[in-house]
Structure formats: structure tokens, C-alpha cells
Design a protein around this ligand. Structure first.
Ligand code: CMX
Length: 466
């Protein structure tokens, strides 16, 4: 506690970025505070901004909804607010207005010119501001100080059978952490709704801080001897997570983890994990319950589980047709997958219509650190073959690779070959994005989410169909 108290006193200058939600460029005070202090200043400003915006533009129309969209997974329906990031179908993701390469340039890194620290991305997502290195260090120390998990959660994880999928174990453990939810406690004690964001923030900070210990424990139990080192309070989040996984001595792996945790964090609000977390949170379920629900969505093969499926599919292909198979053999293997009624994992996207910049960022990393890795060579070859085959197949609206097409090859290069575990890494990162929005959901007083549904019979009557 003494450490936390002294941390919140530190002050250093902050820089400025555009506030994307409403589109205005906002100049904030240069006097620096802790994240919570800074947030306490920004929230009333944002509340006022949204109030004025809604008053003037509240009745404007965002779009219409067709019957096809109602049957088609609500694709393209504009009905959500998400402050941290906006996805453009051609350009890809922007975090608070910044592209991935812009983040790589502007966000503080552990070493000059290195990958951004995910702590800095979290600060950006929550505040809309690029933090200084001192602010980021403050956050690293605060997360390390909050990282311990209760004994009963450790026991719960230890009692899971090794055969239970790591994502199921992850979800169980996050639900169990809810035992100490400050939001749930404050709600029971009758907290005023104007103050909801504060215990939400506290839960968010605790939750993120504890994830490496949860995820690390699952990894050590399922694949290793169950013994876990302790977190180093002088190190950053990614170093500590790498340490818990057993990779802290490989500085390139730690850098990969920094990049990985940064780019998988947020992808606007409509994807399954983000939308689920937001939806469950709208019932005032606390951040643990909300995020656990999001994790269950991330565990689906059309979403986050695709990262394990990609490596599995690629290695199976390699075993079946050989690592030096020519283009014709690869194409035949692809057609066999498609004709077997299966998807080619790692390709396609519900919104994107070009190569995912998160894929490109990982490809850049591979070109820098593992240019001669044979599996990277195969992944590069597939990048040139799969889009053509998917286009010829004629179904997918986007034949280009998504984030999941590249992460496995990087992880296996450094020895993290346990594919079933890959979605857990995605989940740790996704917490940064979805919980920063939960803070804003409560700060902006978003209500219970409740869209309207119809039965087919009702729709048919509505349009006079037979
Ligand atoms: N391989 C084969 N068929 C594909 C395909 C792929 N990679 N991507 C899309 N299609 C098919 C769809 O299954 C659909 O077929 P039906 O008409 O028979 O139902 C058709 O093409 C149209 O789909 P779409 O509108 O282009 O794509 P959706 O928005 O419905 O789905 C996604 C998007 C990601 C689920 C889909 O592209 C897919 O299944 N990709 C493979 C799995 C994957 O990589 N998921 C990870 C996405 C990123 C993430 O969330 O982590």
C-alpha cells in the first residue's frame, strides 16, 4: 500500500493526441498525474463534451438496417460507441487515432527504438494521451504491486485437469477473481451511479495486473512442472509475463511479447470479445464477470482461437505435402480444405478488406528477427498463394490475412510451441482494450444494452411475405 500511495504522487509531463471519439484535437494540461488522477480530470470534460454533442446531434441517423443484416450477424450495423479504437476496412485499426506504426514510433518502449510497452498503449486507450516513459514506469510498478492472486484461485487453477483447454481454465480463474471485486462490493453498499467508474477502474487495474500470474500458472501447470517464479517489481508487464512463462532471458521474446500484447489489445467494439465484455458490463456485472464472458467469446475458432488453428493447419499441411511443396501442391491442399467445408484459418475478416496491419507488424518483426526461419518462409509463401485461391473460391469478402495468421510462427520460433495456449496470450492482451472501454461505459453512464429482435414470422408479416 505504501508503494501504491507513493506512486500516485509522482508527476511528469504528458503529450497530446487527437481525441478521436468526437474528432476534436484536445490540448490537455502538461502537469502530470497518475493514471487515475489524470482520468479524474478528463472524465468530467468528456461527460460535458458528450452531453453537448448528444444534445445537438442525438437525432441524427447513423444508418438503416436490412433484413439481410438482421440474419447476417448484424454486419455493418452502426450501433455502438467505442472510445479506444476505430477500425477502417481498408487501413485497419487506429488506437485513439494512431496507426500501429505511429504507435510504434510514439509510445514509450523499454529500450530506445524497441517495441511499445503495452502499459503505454493502455494509457493511450484510457486517456487518449501518449504517456511519458515515467508515467509508463509508474503503471508497470503499479501492476506489479497489484499482481498477487488469492490462494483459492491458485488452488482452483491447480485443480483443473491438464486436459481442460487453457482458455476454459483462464475463464474459470477470471470469474473466481471476482471474489474481490471492488465494484460489486461498492454496488452492494449503495454507491451513487456517478461514482461507478472509480471501482470499475480499480477492478480493471487489479484484473490486468493479475492476468500474468493466472495465465503463467495455467501454462506451467499444463505444459511444465507447475512451479512459478515470482514477479519482479522493477520490471515491465511483458518482461514479467515472459518470466512467468520461462522466457525472460530471451530479450527478443520479451520484445515480441511487448508487440504482441500491444497489437492484440483492441479492435473497436463490434468483435465478439469486445462486444461481449461491453454487453455483459452493461448489466453492471463487474469487470471480472464481463471480461470472463469476453474470454469465452475469444475462445471460439472464428475469433481468437484461430491463432491456434492457423499453426495447427500449417503444420498439418507441412506434414501432408512436405515443407518444400510447390505452389500447385499447396493450392490443392487449400482446395481440399475448402471443399471439405472448412475455413482457412487466419484469413478473412468481418470488417477488414485488406491485409491486417497487425499481420504486417508481425511480419516486420519476423523479417527483423527470424528472416531465415523455414516456417516463416512457408507463412510468407502462403501469403502469396491463399488470397488468390480464396478469391477464386468466391465466397469470402476479404481474402487477406488477419492478425492470427502470423502470431503462431513467431511464438514457435522462440520455443513456445504449445498451440492450445496461444489464445490465452491473445486474452491477456485483449483485457487492455475491453476494460479501458468498461471504464468509459461507466463514466459516460451507458445504459443496459438491449437491441430489438424479431422472429421470422413477425418479419414476414411486417413485409406482407407469404
Ligand atoms: N476460409 C474459407 N471460407 C471463408 C473464409 C476463410 N478464411 N473467410 C470467410 N469465408 C466464407 C464464410 O465462411 C462465408 O461462407 P458461407 O457463405 O458459406 O457462410 C463466406 O465466406 C462469407 O463470409 P465473409 O462475409 O467474408 O466473412 P464473415 O464476416 O462472415 O466472417 C471470419 C469473418 C473472420 C469469421 C471469416 O473470414 C473466417 O471464418 N475466417 C477464418 C477464421 C479466422 O481466421 N478467424 C479470426 C479472425 C480474426 C480474429 O477475430 O481473431
Amino acid at each position: 500500500m505504501a508503494l501504491l500511495r507513493s506512486l500516485t504522487k509522482l508527476t511528469v509531463p504528458a503529450r497530446v493526441v487527437p481525441s478521436l471519439a468526437i474528432g476534436a484535437t484536445r490540448v490537455y494540461s502538461t502537469k502530470t498525474k497518475s493514471l487515475k488522477e489524470r482520468l479524474s480530470e478528463i472524465i468530467p470534460e468528456k461527460q460535458a463534451e458528450v452531453k453537448v454533442f448528444k444534445k445537438e446531434y442525438g437525432s441524427k441517423v447513423l444508418g438503416e438496417v436490412t433484413v439481410d443484416q438482421a440474419y447476417g450477424g448484424m454486419r455493418g450495423i452502426k450501433g455502438l460507441i467505442w472510445e479506444g479504437s476505430v477500425l477502417d476496412s481498408e487501413e485497419g485499426i487506429r488506437f485513439r487515432g494512431m496507426t500501429i506504426p505511429e504507435c510504434q514510433k510514439a509510445l514509450p518502449a523499454a529500450t530506445p527504438g524497441g517495441e511499445p510497452l503495452p502499459e503505454s498503449l493502455f494509457w493511450l486507450l484510457v486517456t487518449g494521451e501518449v504517456p511519458t516513459k515515467e508515467q509508463v514506469d509508474l503503471l508497470s510498478a503499479e501492476w506489479a504491486a497489484r499482481s498477487t492472486i488469492p490462494q483459492f484461485v491458485e488452488d482452483l487453477i491447480d485443480n483443473c485437469p491438464k486436459t481442460l483447454h487453457p482458455m476454459s481454465q483462464f475463464s474459470i480463474a477470471v470469474n473466481a477473481l471476482q471474489h474481490d471485486s471492488k465494484f460489486a462490493k461498492a454496488y452492494t453498499q449503495g454507491i451513487h451511479k456517478s461514482k461507478y467508474w472509480e471501482p470499475t477502474y480499480e477492478d480493471t487495474m487489479d484484473l490486468i495486473a493479475k492476468l500474468p500470474n493466472v495465465a503463467g500458472r495455467i501454462y506451467r501447470n499444463v505444459y511444465k512442472d507447475g512451479k512459478l517464479p515470482s514477479i519482479d517489481s522493477n520490471k515491465d508487464y511483458s518482461y514479467n509475463f515472459s518470466k512467468l512463462l520461462g522466457y525472460e532471458d530471451n530479450k527478443d521474446f520479451v520484445e515480441l511479447m511487448r508487440l504482441y500484447l500491444t497489437i492484440h489489445s483492441d479492435h473497436e467494439g463490434g468483435n465478439v470479445s469486445a462486444h461481449t465484455t461491453h454487453l455483459v458490463g452493461s448489466a453492471l456485472s463487474d469487470p471480472y464477470l464481463s471480461f470472463a464472458a469476453g474470454l469465452n467469446g475469444l475462445a471460439g475458432p472464428l475469433h481468437g482461437l484461430a491463432n491456434q488453428e492457423v499453426l495447427r493447419w500449417t503444420l498439418k499441411m507441412k506434414d501432408t505435402i512436405g515443407s518444400d511443396a510447390d505452389e500447385e501442391k499447396i493450392k490443392k491442399y487449400l482446395w481440399d480444405t475448402l471443399n471439405g467445408g472448412q475455413v482457412v484459418p487466419g484469413f478473412g475478416h468481418a470488417v477488414l478488406r485488406k491485409t491486417d496491419p497487425r499481420y504486417s507488424a508481425q511480419r516486420e518483426f519476423a523479417l527483423k528477427h527470424l528472416p531465415d526461419d523455414p516456417l516463416f518462409g512457408l507463412v510468407s509463401k502462403l501469403y502469396h498463394i491463399i488470397p488468390g485461391v480464396l478469391t477464386e473460391h468466391g465466397k469470402t469478402k476479404n481474402p487477406w490475412p488477419n492478425v492470427d495468421a502470423h502470431s503462431g510462427v513467431l511464438l514457435q520460433y522462440y520455443g513456445l510451441t504449445e498451440q492450445d495456449y496461444y489464445t490465452v496470450l491473445f486474452g491477456v492482451s485483449r483485457a487492455l482494450g475491453v476494460t479501458s472501454q468498461l471504464i468509459w461505459d461507466r463514466a459516460l453512464g451507458f445504459p443496459l444494452e438491449r437491441p430489438k429482435s424479431y422472429s421470422t414470422e413477425h418479419l414476414k408479416k411486417m413485409f406482407g411475405a407469404k
